[in-house]
Design a protein around this ligand. Structure first.
Ligand code: FAD
Ligand code: ZN
Length: 470
């Protein structure tokens, strides 16, 4: 029997597809940068199915690529070399919620939006929040250690995971679904799989931390004269609200213009244009008088010249409209045309100097490119993006991607930053990793990969750069 037939047998009739029209959507990703091909889509419905499939792949040396919602931005989920594709779409059960312990256990293919809804219905909060939340899965979020807009208060996905169920490349099932805040009984193995981009094991289920649902939420859009003012505003608002900020997102004027131009119903809520804006959110309990504290703090910031104008949402609808401005930036940028993107982090206080230096350096390479640098200033994470000089497709501009990326990443390194704050390495940044990470660190990563996946069958060619022998 062929390997593909053995795999089909292992997962049963509902557990696979060879229909090209069903496989096709799994082969393209959101940015249209990577295109894959695969002879077989596996759709296991249990950890036992995943285990059976991986055992066969391990035994026969058959490469396999795990995929969740296919919203990853670095090509990690795409079978670029005709690998078998393993979709988690049928691992979609909610296994249980512990309301008093504030945890839930879900299978890997459950979408982030479904988990948020499940928590919300119980007056609880699952704080991970991304623009792709309707499609991305918790398995993918964990595999990429996703960030998003509420990291400032709640941390990255890593901080939200208490337990994991993982199938190793040889089919061994690791049941680590413990709902414990404290567990120092040996290596915390789950951490190795969080952010491993599908290279060390297939995550089949997770136990997640939930939080009390905030009773009060204050949202504002503030016009600020500069990134320096935005950083000062962050410090002022954090200290005056006692650390209750849950989001602090920076946007340049051009991002707001793209959104109001391309996204139906979006409008600029402030009277005069400003070079920069910050979307701020603070949350707390019902009796915390948070709104008054927040507005006093904003008024002080106006007096101090950190803020030139601001609108505080008067209703949930208005707050949603402000969030829509921020969350539509990627989509609006896409509709505007060609763009070169980076997902970098530097220490928060260094963001203004980084923006100045790196923007100048990119404009030397591509005069006239339009900087659209926005993102999670509260985490020092900027989506340092550039649109081409004019709207529309521009292959000549996109051909400069690697050159521009290297210029930007070299400056990131100077500032002690990271070339991937939240999207991961995948294939997009794999080959540039040795320029920014030490040999020693890369060798330790390779040793870990070899220990878990000695035959290199699980998502081969992703994240870990090959050893270059000169
Ligand atoms: P996929 O894209 O399917 O896979 C991503 C990686 O995880 C691949 O390497 C894959 O092999 C691996 N993988 C998937 N599932 C498993 C599993 N069960 N076990 C092992 N490995 C697995 N990301 C952020 O961090 N912050 C953002 O703010 C953000 N905003 C975004 C906005 C938009 C509009 C889009 C399109 C994407 C955004 N992303 C963001 C990126 C993306 O949504 C995240 O990386 C997300 O976590 C990927 O989840 P997924 O289920 O789609 O995974
Ligand atoms: Zn982001």
């Amino acid at each position: 029997m062929s390997v593909l037939d053995r795999l089909k047998d292992a997962v049963g009739a509902k557990g696979f597809s060879t229909d090209p029209s069903e496989i096709a959507p799994h082969l393209e990703e959101w940015r249209g940068k990577y295109h894959g091909h695969s002879p077989l889509l596996l759709k296991p419905a249990s950890a036992a199915d995943v285990s059976a499939a991986l055992r066969i792949c391990h035994e026969t040396g058959t490469p396999i690529v795990p995929q969740g919602g296919n919203t990853g931005l670095v090509g990690g989920q795409v079978p670029l070399n005709g690998e078998v594709l393993l979709s988690t779409k049928r691992l979609n059960r909610l296994r249980g919620v512990d309301e008093s312990g504030m945890t839930c256990t879900v299978e890997a293919g459950v979408t982030l939006a479904e988990i948020q809804k499940c928590a919300d219905e119980r007056r609880l909060l699952f704080p991970l929040s991304l623009a792709s939340e309707g499609s991305c899965t918790i398995g993918g979020n964990i595999a990429t250690n996703a960030g998003g807009t509420h990291v400032l208060r709640y941390g990255m996905t890593r901080a939200l995971v208490l337990g994991l169920e993982v199938v190793l490349p040889d089919g061994t099932v690791l049941d680590m679904l413990r709902a414990l805040a404290k567990d120092n009984s040996g290596y915390d193995l789950k951490q190795v799989f969080i952010g491993s981009e599908g290279t060390l094991g297939v995550i089949t289920a997770a136990t997640l931390r939930l939080f009390p649902k905030p009773e009060t939420c204050v949202t504002a859009l503030a016009a600020v004269p500069s990134p320096e003012a935005a950083v000062a505003l962050l410090g002022a608002m954090q200290s005056q609200t006692g650390g209750l900020l849950s989001a602090f997102e920076l946007m340049p004027r051009i991002a707001l213009e793209f959104v109001t131009r391309h996204i139906a119903g979006a409008r600029d809520p402030l009277a005069a244009p400003s070079p920069w804006y910050v979307l701020l959110e603070a949350t707390g309990g019902r009796h915390a008088n948070l709104a008054a504290t927040f507005e006093d703090a904003l008024a002080s910031a106006v007096t101090a010249g950190l803020v030139t104008d601001a609108v505080v949402a008067a209703s949930d609808t208005q707050a949603a409209a402000l969030w829509k401005l921020r969350e539509s930036i990627s989509e609006a940028q896409k509709r505007e045309g060609a763009s070169i993107k980076h997902d970098i982090a530097v220490p928060v206080a260094a963001v203004p100097a980084f923006l100045a230096k790196a923007t100048h350096a990119v404009l030397e390479v591509v005069p006239g490119a339009r900087p659209v640098s926005f993102g999670h200033l509260g985490d020092g994470n900027i989506h340092f993006n550039f649109n081409a000089l004019a709207a529309g497709n521009d292959p000549a501009f996109l051909a400069l991607w690697d050159e521009v990326q290297q210029v930007v990443h070299d400056i990131v390194k100077e500032f002690g930053g990271s070339i991937s704050a939240e999207h991961g390495i995948g294939v997009m940044k794999r080959d540039s990793l040795p320029r920014y990470k030490s040999h020693e660190e890369l060798d330790a990563m390779r040793a870990l990969k070899a220990a878990f996946d000695p035959k290199n069958i699980l998502n081969p060619g992703k994240m870990i750069p090959p050893v270059l022998r000169l």
